[in-house]
Design a protein around this ligand. Structure first.
Ligand code: UT7
Length: 323
């Protein structure tokens, strides 16, 4: 049976680190509120003129280096982003050129905070259907560009960054002891699109718009749906939450992460947490957390790892894989 195995992982964070105190200078907010309601202590913001593709290229180079694979051996580049450089072409083609690739194909996936999960599931399908042997899957965002700096309930929560993985075709025996992606689980429900959306767009308003969120409502959906998709993706692979070695959740809010873990009966020692240092980096958050966890030695060969995310759409899902 064909399996998609992660060969390398890497990330990039822009140089500028913004602590919670920065917001106190122009908003009625406090470090204490931000930490206690979200777990976020700081985030990185891209430099003026530094586009999403720049972050993505740097993360991609790190992942390729980690895998020991040259860019020209990659068949497909997928960038998950809701903050593309331009309306078109796809940011993935800018990344492809930036990596010096003159072959293969590249496209973007737009599923907001669930973007990396969607991209990884699509990459797995490309490999399983024989359309690609090696895929570079990147999550990259510059959410600082779509913040409403007068809205304290959203602008303190998000950050910029990028993470990437290289996945490669391998042969497995078809059991859930195989390395690689074991199962994927994707969902969306557009009835809830207005609780987390951007106020403008190319066709609706010819503007970029600003992020708007009904935080409490999103929170309520998040815990419920993330616990369910995690259970479901494991069931598809013939596994249960008790067998998880590591959960790498979308890093939106420490309270969502801990409540979801509680619902699944998972101790926090099994949960990778980076939200304090990165804030919510949307589609970048999971590959960033994977890369940080790998560097910290928290992911070992053979570990059962589940990644899960939810965001605008609503769109959500999970991937179960053996590291
Ligand atoms: O990545 C995509 C998915 N996104 C998420 O998962 C985010 C989900 N939602 C959340 O993480 C939380 O709902 C928030 C962190 C956004 C907000 O936390 P909350 O506990 O739901 O707070 P709240 O919205 O109910 O606000 C409580 C109070 C309000 O004041 P009143 O109306 O009770 O007087 C807000 O106005 O906190 C106030 N508030 C703030 N105060 C200080 C909101 N933002 C701030 C702020 N500083 N930055």
């Amino acid at each position: 049976m064909i399996r998609s195995v992660i060969r390398g992982v890497g990330h990039y964070l822009p140089d500028r680190v913004v602590p919670n105190e920065w917001f106190e200078s122009f908003l009625d907010t406090s470090d204490e509120w931000i930490v206690s309601r979200s777990g976020i202590e700081r985030r990185h913001f891209a430099a003026e003129g530094q586009p999403t593709s720049d972050l993505a290229i740097r993360a991609a180079r790190a992942a390729l280096g980690n895998a020991g694979i040259e860019a020209d051996a990659i068949d497909a580049v997928i960038v998950a982003t809701s903050t593309p450089d331009l309306t078109f072409p796809a940011t993935a083609t800018i990344v492809q050129a930036g990596l010096g690739m003159t072959c293969g194909f590249a496209f973007d996936v737009q599923a907001v905070c669930a973007g990396f999960i969607y991209a990884l599931a699509n990459a797995d399908s490309l490999i399983k259907s024989g359309q690609a042997e090696r895929v570079l899957v990147i999550g990259a965002e510059t959410f600082s560009r779509i913040m409403n700096w007068e809205d304290r309930s959203t602008c303190v929560l998000f950050g910029d960054g990028a993470g990437a993985v290289v996945i490669e075709r391998a042969e497995g025996d078809g059991s859930n002891a195989d390395r690689g992606i074991l199962a994927t689980d994707l969902h969306s429900d557009g009835r809830y699109r207005e609780i987390l959306q951007v106020s403008g767009g190319v066709s609706a308003s010819r503007t970029t718009g600003h992020l708007m969120m009904a935080g409490k409502e999103v929170f309520r959906h998040a815990v419920e749906k993330l616990a369910q998709t995690t259970t479901d993706v494991l069931a598809k692979a013939g596994l249960t939450p008790a067998e998880i070695d590591r959960v790498v959740p979308h890093q939106a809010n420490i309270r969502i992460i801990t409540r979801t873990a509680q619902k699944l009966g998972l101790p926090m020692e099994k949960v990778v947490v980076t939200v304090a240092d990165h804030g919510n980096t949307s589609a970048a958050s999971i590959p960033l957390a994977l890369s940080v966890a790998a560097a910290r030695g928290e992911l070992r060969t053979g570990d059962l790892v589940v990644t899960e995310a939810i965001g605008g759409g609503l769109a959500w899902g999970a991937v179960a894989l053996r590291w």
